[in-house]
Design a protein around this ligand. Structure first.
Ligand code: HEC
Length: 145
């Protein structure tokens, strides 16, 4: 009796996860896309803690396209969240937040085996990650409108 309950609970939990995965899939291609950063100043192999490209026009351009390919399906077109994932325009502009942003993108958001956000360490270079951050920062102003 007890064992049967456990199986049923497990099935319900699995169905819930499938729903979450389905919601992410319906937002388009879930394969992370590589980003061409050849127009950007190379950043070397040491990880920066603070966005080195802030207000850099070339980085913002690369970041906009990289964001659309890799992040928009969950965090919203033009960084306006539809509610499935946090609104990234609201991130503070300070060194702690920059490092938190970088670590979140590298490691993704995985809790108890559930992937809320996939890790991007294998796909995005340091240049691509800071370019995306620079683009997101340009969208902050739209919060005041
Ligand atoms: C499959 C959907 C999905 C994709 C794709 C995705 N994210 Fe996320 N992201 C989430 C969810 C959901 C959370 C909240 C996770 C949690 O509850 O811990 C999150 C959290 C974050 C956070 C932490 C925000 C906070 O307020 O704490 C950052 C930063 C972030 N994502 C950046 C990105 C960037 C940049 C990209 C693209 C390179 C990206 N995400 C792609 C779903 C996604």
């Amino acid at each position: 009796m007890n064992g049967k309950r456990k199986v049923l609970a497990g099935l319900a939990f699995g169905a819930g996860l499938a729903l979450v995965a389905g919601a992410a899939l319906s937002h388009g291609d879930v394969t992370p896309q590589a980003v061409d950063v050849s127009t950007l100043k190379p950043l070397g192999t040491d990880w920066h803690d603070v966005n080195p490209y802030r207000n850099d026009a070339a980085a913002i351009k690369v970041g906009a396209s990289a964001y659309n390919q890799n992040c928009a399906r969950c965090h919203g077109l033009e960084v306006v969240s539809g509610g499935i994932a946090p609104d990234l325009r609201k991130l503070d502009l300070d060194p702690d937040t920059d490092a938190y942003f970088r670590n979140s993108v590298l490691a993704g958001k995985v809790r108890n085996g559930a992937v809320y956000m996939p890790p991007f360490a294998a796909t995005l270079s340091q240049e691509a990650i800071w370019a995306i951050k620079s683009y997101i920062e340009t969208r902050r102003a739209s919060l005041d409108q």
